[in-house]
Design a protein around this ligand. Structure first.
Ligand SMILES: Cc1ncc(COP(=O)(O)O)c(C=O)c1O
Length: 356
């Protein structure tokens, strides 16, 4: 069994599709949260031009330099990874081990727990409740930090799957409580879709913060695998020493560089997400479903039995995320796609709910 096998994710699973007599092209995927406009033309052209015959640069230097000038962060404060997932696992290996403790603000992305467990750590959670719209209490979170004294804390912002987006003060309170004996990983994978984002870079001066960014969501590069982290130079160097050589392919580096020149694609996607999210909200609310407010490009929706509903929709060629693996068996997560696609989803949901 490979390491990732224990984490449940959205996205299409070929074995399951075949069991339903479906192929990938038969299914409209609302279960993975990538840019609804897909991969940009400019990026696809860069992928086609990448040199497949030579080993890629092990340091992703061109890409780090491009990120550095764009983000005004030192080249040595950036580490590129094979998706942010690789970096999550490397950070867990670096900070955790037997008798070390990891704190996770949940319910959230499952890979944090998997990485911490594989590293042999004790895993603790601060769980947000449905009654509070899944907003964490900052007092409960800082208290948990005092009690657990974690070496590594994970906070996803905006959070997957709830869409909750905490402000800078919330994060500062956590970094202060963590102190210099621990590290806070702030996963900002979905910030590019937030309407009113705040700039996290000033947190780097705290010295105990790692900012984690994925390029697979905003630029629709999930198949290419690309992410990076920003942190103090010494932290970057420690994580880098754990990274296998050539883990970021030549194609990933080439598409990453091209993506950085294509802001317009992400800006267009963000506007589309705002429009389609409002539409989805209205349509699903009219069906009597509770749709939670979300700062990201997905929404959490309360249903009776998420597993059953997901199966019914899949038979109709629509994939949504059953949130049982997040500990939320009464919720589905829906990625925001183009309004036309959202209309098809709303229609299918109407049909399934009427039959039920
Ligand atoms: C919050 C969060 N972080 C990280 C990832 C992993 O992204 P990547 O494709 O960069 O490995 C995901 C993927 O779903 C995610 O939801």
């Amino acid at each position: 069994m490979w390491a990732g096998a224990s984490t449940v994710h959205g996205g299409l699973d070929d074995e399951e599709l075949r069991a339903h007599g479906l192929a990938r092209d038969d299914v409209m995927d609302f279960s993975s949260n990538v840019n609804p406009l897909g991969t940009s033309r400019l990026v696809r052209k860069a992928a086609a031009k990448a040199d497949l015959s030579a080993y890629p640069d092990r340091q992703s230097l061109d890409l780090r330099e491009a990120l550095s000038s764009r983000l005004e962060v030192g080249v040595d404060e950036i580490l590129v990874g094979n998706g942010s997932t690789e970096l999550i696992h490397l950070l867990a290996r670096m900070c955790l081990g037997p008798r070390r403790r990891c704190l996770i603000l949940g319910p959230t992305f499952g890979e944090y727990e998997t990485a911490a467990t594989l590293a042999g750590a004790d895993v603790h959670f601060v769980e947000a409740s449905a009654a509070r719209g899944f907003a964490w209490s900052v007092d409960a979170a800082t208290q948990a930090i005092e009690n657990v004294r974690p070496s590594l804390t994970f906070l996803c912002n905006p959070n997957n799957p709830t869409g909750v987006y905490v402000d800078r003060d919330f994060v500062k309170r956590l970094t202060t409580a963590i102190g210099r004996d621990g590290l806070l990983v702030l996963d900002t994978s979905y910030v590019p879709f937030a309407e009113a984002p705040w700039d996290e870079r000033s947190l780097l001066t705290c010295g105990n913060v790692v900012l984690l960014r994925s390029m697979t969501k905003d630029h629709a590069l999930a198949g290419a695998r690309l992410g990076y982290l920003l942190a103090e130079t010494t932290t970057v160097e420690r994580v880098r020493q754990l990274q296998p050589s050539w883990s970021v392919s030549a194609v990933a580096q080439a598409v990453g560089l091209a993506a950085l020149t294509d802001d317009a694609h992400v800006t267009a996607a963000r506007s589309l997400v705002v429009e389609a999210k409002a539409y989805l909200h209205a349509q699903l609310s009219a069906l009597g479903l509770r749709v939670l407010d979300s700062a990201a490009n997905f929404v959490l929706v309360r249903v009776d039995d998420a597993g059953e509903l997901r199966r019914e929709l899949l038979c109709r060629g629509i994939a949504v995320r059953d949130c049982a693996s997040f500990g939320l068996p009464e919720y589905i997560r829906i990625a925001v796609r183009r309004p036309d696609d959202c209309a098809l989803l709303a229609g299918a949901l109407r049909e399934v709910l009427r039959r039920g």
